[in-house]
Ligand binder design. Structure first.
Ligand SMILES: C[S@@+](CC[C@H](N)C(=O)[O-])C[C@H]1O[C@@H](n2cnc3c(N)ncnc32)[C@H](O)[C@@H]1O
Ligand code: SF4
Length: 449
């Protein structure tokens, strides 16, 4: 029997870590625009900070992140100095050091930083921001790239949440993606991190990888769960070889088909639930007492470029090549090319490449799309009213919502929508109904499920 939902599964849609999404950014936002936004920072308004480290020791062939391989520590050190200079450029535009509630080192592989460079950066962060006592200070970790010095520096600087990239433990899958990382390597990293006081540990797992079966994924989940993480992310592999050329190294014939991906997503969700994790949004899972599970239950879950978050600061400042900032006025993305990024900073300019100023219509649709990505029940007419707009302002979404309702993924009464259990993994399809840029645009995206 043909699957009536296959049209949604095979659709290619954005992940909606922002709205409008990054392909719609343009050079209408430049360093001057972004500098003006920073100068207009509302006094006392809190910030979160994202620092991007675009280096890894080895390339995973599935990687969709902005990163480059290097074996040269001096190159990473030089980059850390640029991050500190960029932070100074931002700080001198802010009227006063804002309270900082969240900090996230992402990549690439932030643990490739030399411990001293990392400590120096943190000193500058503490000078530029008033770091809250209960701030979440997070770092992404490649377990294959984690020195004792770095673990000690992270503990000394108060890093209190770490996320480790695991993906899948099956040897054939690891070879097919050029990331050989036995479970012992992860177990040893977790043990060293815990010995140094790390309390909150998250793992990244993936489905849809080459040569990966449903059983491989479930076994990997069990091995991961035995290490007792607080959170697990289960990402569907986004295969976009037209954007990430190295993904062409993955044999397409080895990739699971749409039906196997569906089975993997379902079996993975079921197994993680059986193991005591609460599903959150589309791809996150957390222990019931984890702040993310609590935020989700209270309807306070947020979404940013790292995915789901408990961060509700009104502004996110992004530092580093390709990093995106999100201020109340709009989005600003830094230059991705490392040479261009360096030249801008050395010339004393903010390294902004492009962005987008949010219109009233963007703000309305962004509220709706973020609620669709994070919540269970969305009162579309109430959200429109909060934005002083009639329900008709998003009438273009109704046809799609009617169809999703007819297919049993949501209940939709013309004013409110509620996800059915089956609809949970189709949030991108629901969000897409409200996306006016997608309707007009030509950007290509990854599979929706
Ligand atoms: C920056 S990496 C995490 C830290 C470190 N670089 C590592 O890999 O261990 C972020 C995560 O994004 C996920 N990821 C990377 N490329 C992806 C892709 N093409 N599709 C879906 N998820 C992807 C992986 O789960 C990966 O752990
Ligand atoms: S998945 Fe992580 S370690 Fe692998 S290439 Fe991407 S950023 Fe680097």
């Amino acid at each position: 029997m043909s699957d009536p939902l296959s049209k949604y599964r095979s659709a290619r849609l954005p992940r909606y870590t922002s709205y409008p999404t990054a392909p719609h950014f343009s050079d209408a936002v430049d360093a001057e625009t972004y500098g003006g936004w920073l100068a207009d920072w509302q006094n006392g308004s809190s910030a979160s900070l994202y620092l991007h480290v675009p280096f890894c020791q080895q390339l995973c062939w599935y990687c969709g992140c902005h990163t480059t391989v290097t074996q040269r520590p001096e190159r990473v050190s030089a980059y850390a100095a640029l991050l500190r200079s960029e932070l100074a450029l931002v700080a001198e535009r802010l009227p006063a050091p804002p309270p900082l509630t969240h900090l996230h080192f992402g990549g690439g592989t932030p643990t490739i930083l030399a411990a001293d460079d990392f400590a120096g950066l943190m000193t500058d962060v503490r000078a530029a921001f008033a770091v809250a006592d209960d701030a979440e200070l997070a770092m992404e970790i490649d377990p294959r790239c984690l020195s004792d010095d770095m673990i000690a520096a992270m503990a000394a600087q108060g890093i209190n949440r770490v996320s480790l990239g695991l993906q899948d433990f099956t040897p054939a899958v690891q070879e097919a993606v050029n990331r050989v990382q036995p479970v012992e390597v992860v177990a040893e990293s977790v043990q060293r991190l815990r010995a140094a006081g790390a309390e909150k540990i998250s793992f990244d797992l993936m489905y849809g990888l080459p040569k990966q079966s449903v059983e491989d994924l479930c076994r990997s989940i069990e091995l991961a769960a035995a290490l007792e993480p607080d959170r697990v992310s289960l990402f569907g592999y986004a295969h976009v070889p037209w954007m990430k050329k190295h993904q062409q190294l993955i044999q397409e014939a080895d990739l699971p088909d749409v039906e196997t991906r569906r089975q993997q997503a379902e079996a993975g969700t079921r197994r993680l639930s059986e193991l005591g994790f609460v599903p959150i949004g589309m791809d996150h899972f957390a222990r019931p007492d984890d702040p993310m599970a609590i935020a989700a239950a209270r309807g306070e879950l947020g979404r940013n470029f790292q995915g789901y978050t408990t961060d509700i600061a009104p502004a996110l400042i992004g530092l580093g090549a390709s990093a995106i900032g999100s201020l109340p006025q709009g989005y600003a993305q830094n230059l991705s090319d490392l040479g261009d990024y360096r030249r801008a900073i050395e010339a004393g300019r903010l390294p902004t490449q492009r962005g987008l100023s949010l219109s009233a219509d963007d703000l309305l649709r962004r509220s709706l799309i973020m609620q669709v990505m994070c919540g269970e029940r969305i009162d579309v007419s109430a959200v429109c009213a909060e934005h002083d707009r009639p329900l008709d302002a998003v009438a273009d979404a109704f046809e799609g919502l009617d169809e999703l309702s007819g297919d049993g993924l949501i209940e939709w009464n013309g004013q409110q929508l509620v996800f059915t259990e089956e609809g949970q993994s189709f949030r991108r399809s629901v969000a897409a109904c409200f996306d006016s840029y997608l309707k007009a645009g030509k950007a290509r995206h990854s599979l929706a499920v």
